[in-house]
Design a protein around this ligand. Structure first.
Ligand SMILES: [Zn+2]
Length: 139
């Protein structure tokens, strides 16, 4: 799963989730993705790194049974490509936002309150439930 910051021709910024970078390019160039604010499909990808908050609840509500393997694979890739900052998530997300530290994708643990405070400061956080099995070795 890839998360990109997208911007429409009217300068609305939002996040788009895609199975892969190639798929995001295909969807954007074919105007299959729409701005959630004005519904226009003239979108461009922004260069900034996404910040991820990996929560620990079960993901069963989000995952169709036959999508489980794909989901776990995508999740592992995501985890491999983000830096785990654990309980320092809110602090690191702020430092990245205010450019006190190199721009990068991070993951960690945040409370609902942390998440709400970050959002009030304009820091976009994705709460991503991680199924327990994503932490187990591949069968
Ligand atoms: Zn828009």
């Amino acid at each position: 799963m890839k998360v990109f910051n997208l911007r429409c021709s009217r300068h609305h910024e939002f996040e788009g989730w895609f199975p892969s970078a190639e798929e995001s390019e295909r969807q954007l160039s074919n105007h299959l993705t729409h701005c959630p604010i004005c519904d226009c499909s003239d979108l461009m990808r922004m260069p900034s790194a996404p910040r991820l908050n990996l929560a620990t609840e079960s993901a069963t509500e989000l995952v169709a049974p036959n999508a489980q393997a794909e989901w776990v694979k995508a999740l592992r890739e995501l985890i491999a490509n983000t830096e785990d900052v654990g309980p320092r998530f809110a602090e690191e997300a702020r430092r990245i936002h205010y450019r006190e530290t190199p721009q990068r994708a991070i993951r960690g643990v945040a409370s609902d309150r942390d998440r709400q405070e970050l959002q009030e400061e304009g820091i976009e956080v994705i709460a991503l439930p991680v199924p327990a099995l994503a932490k187990e070795p591949l069968q």
